[in-house]
Design a binder for this molecule. Sequence first.
Ligand code: AMO
Length: 434
Amino acid sequence: MEGRTYAADAEPGDTVTVAGWAHEIRDLGGIAFLIVRDTSGRIQVKFEKDEMDDDLVETGTDVSRESVVTVTGSVEEEPRAPTDVEIVPESVEVLAPAEPELPLDPSGKVDAELSTRLDNRTLDLRREEAKAIFEIRAEVLRGVREYFRSVGCTEINTPKIVATGTEGGTELFPITYFGREAFMNQSPQLFKQLMVGSGLERVFEIGPIFRAEEHNTPRHLNEATMIDFESAFVDHHEAMDVCEGTLRAAYEAVEENCGEQLETLGFAEEFDVPEEAFPRLTYEEAIERVNATGELDEFLGWGDDLSTEAEKALGEEIGGHYFVTDWPSEIKPFYIQDYDDDPDLSKGFDLMHPRMELVSGGQREHRYEELVAGFEQQGLDPDQFEYYTKMFKYGMPPHAGWAYGVERLVMTMLDLPNIREAVLFPRDRQRLSP
Ligand code: AMO
């Protein structure tokens, strides 16, 4: 809008036009105030009824809350105003009136259920807290992208409509593709691996993944955003170094550029960028430590996945991010490489936050014969993956990589109670719209 001034930029002495929402109207009799809110903040508009044109006063004070307005006037210093300045208006225009009954209160004075908030995300994101989460999420992605670029990665985009799954056959959403069966992709796994064998060598992707998981939990989504990394000529430990660097870069970007948002969310004093190197425990050490806590009803045995309770017990003991390495081969996917001297042990790893798993990754099997054997061991038909396995015949370098769920990264960073808080329009068992 030409000539528009953001509320936060209005300086005493200026004549400005601000545009935004009618946040609050306070009528004190002879004087009334309209608080206009825009993305930068709020500003008070003062109506002195005896001294101003009746129409102007009526337009500015009869407007319903959350209507879209523009106000033109002079900015004056006023220590009693919330931002120390106020506008003395010359004109007020209502661009889009709001119905007086709102499905939720954008001033945040009245709490709304999460489902009401998600049904009305537009109004919900007029609240500072909800808006702050998404500004921080955007900063996380910016920080991560910049970090990837600094370590020589090229950003790629791979198909989301695919012919086969990669992360276990039960979690695929089928679709019809010109009369043929197709699926929504669960992970860019195979495509990113194909790209490390291309001239690009070192790639990352930030994009949606789809999982037809039945769980309805505070940390699972059916559509999530994944940050994927894959690099030629690195092993799983070097991949973990990049993973750790990415996480730290995301926290640092937020600390540096989202001070206001952190304050809004109650982190003004205590937002900690993880400084220490993340411990790397082997799976065997991890289950020993979990068992030693005595917190579980049953001891974990070799080959068991870490249950939610196990993750919680270990998280509490370690108190920060940590890696679990060297998982049993049988609970890691076919593309993870096993140790040559112990085929029951894989070079897969997970990065854990004390509250939950954030990342899975590993060194990949780049040798054609071993790769195909791995498919067979996991009951998968290698012929279906020929487009992928074929490229391993033409010079596939040793490589490793990993993937984060963006929502889990933001959720753990901001200590959000539910992953849905970190997605604009979550997809879960119940929710398909909006
Ligand atoms: P994995 O299946 O462990 O690994 O997924 C990687 C990370 O993505 C996030 N995530 C999810 N977040 C929310 N809702 C879900 N349903 C969901 N599923 C996964 C988690 C998880 O740690 N191809 C491998 C990665 C690799 O080896 O590069 C993969 O997809 O944070």
